[in-house]
Write a protein that binds this ligand. Structure first.
Ligand SMILES: [Fe+2]
Ligand SMILES: [Fe+2]
Length: 295
């Protein structure tokens, strides 16, 4: 029963906890899908950056262009919305114009275990004042049906190539199988700050920080329309299962959510302090002037 006699009014301003200067806060946005995902990012990325007092933002952009790949124009917009580093996955080559773009835009990375002749890089080192953060993108092979080098040996090679003074290492492991993702956690435990699973578009509730200081989530989810099948219009995607016939897929529009995780990492030893999942609703109708061209 409520205590109505108690005076709940406050006279002093609520105290804002002091920020620990040893800690770097990183936001990771899960696979952004189509126009609804881009609209949500345009409105919520900076808001969430402020809410979490994030020092750095990473987003997976493999589905930004109508669910299939990313165009240079769309990638540039995502940077403008407040993203510092963009990762990707098996859809990275869906748009031809990404090939010349990824050769010079080093802040957009592709899975490191594609053949070395593929354009672009599998890692990027983001510099923030006195702190360096290595972001590495690698793709799983189980159920992926793509010819790729071993993700485990590849990530080992990427880590070995990093300068000694880089303590913070964040892996976007783009993979289908939870077993392969957990395998990567055990393989890298204590050697990297975080392993964030992407690709399935379904957020998992298995986030944790290991005793050795590695943050992990099996899949960060999807930034896009959740009234869908993995972001695609249900009638088309379901039709594929019901008929076995190929069907052109396009991004859905309803129940838009922004999904991802917030990481807190010690700047000096690279150990993760915490990982927090977020899943925020977004109604495009509630915001005036949301301009996004294309699907
Ligand atoms: Fe995806
Ligand atoms: Fe994918």
């Amino acid at each position: 029963m409520a205590d109505f006699d108690k005076d709940n009014s406050t006279t002093e301003a609520e105290e804002v906890p002091a920020q620990d200067t040893n800690i770097l806060t990183v936001l990771f946005f899960a696979d952004i899908v189509g126009k609804p995902g881009r609209q949500a990012m345009s409105h919520l990325c900076k808001q969430l950056r402020e809410k979490y007092r994030a020092d750095m933002v990473i987003a997976n952009v493999e589905n930004v262009a109508g669910g299939f790949g990313v165009t240079p124009e769309m990638s540039k917009k995502i940077f403008k919305y407040g993203v510092d580093v963009q990762t990707s996955g098996n859809h990275i080559w869906d748009r031809m114009d990404v090939q010349p773009y990824i050769r010079y835009e080093k802040r957009l990375i592709r899975p490191a275990n594609y053949p070395s002749a593929a354009p672009g890089n599998g890692s990027y080192v983001f510099e923030l004042f006195d702190t360096k953060v290595a972001v590495i993108n690698v793709m799983g092979r189980t159920f992926m049906n793509i010819s790729l080098d071993c993700p485990f040996r590849t990530v080992d090679g990427e880590l070995a190539a990093l300068a000694q003074d880089i303590k913070i290492k964040i892996i976007d492991f783009h993979a289908e199988a939870s077993s392969e993702k957990q395998g990567m956690l055990h393989f890298l435990d204590g050697r990297v700050s975080a392993i964030i699973g992407t690709h399935t578009h379904v957020q998992t509730a298995d986030e944790k920080v290991t005793a050795a200081g590695t943050a992990y989530i099996g899949d960060a989810g999807m930034t896009g329309p959740h009234d869908s099948m993995l972001g695609m219009r249900t009638e088309d995607a379901l039709g594929r299962f019901l008929t076995g016939l190929p069907k052109r897929l396009s991004s859905a529009s309803g129940d838009v959510k922004v999904c991802g995780v917030a990481l807190k990492i010690n700047k000096y030893d690279g150990k993760a302090r915490s990982i927090e999942r977020f899943r925020v609703d977004f109604d495009p109708e509630s915001v005036e002037g949301l301009i996004e061209n294309g699907d």
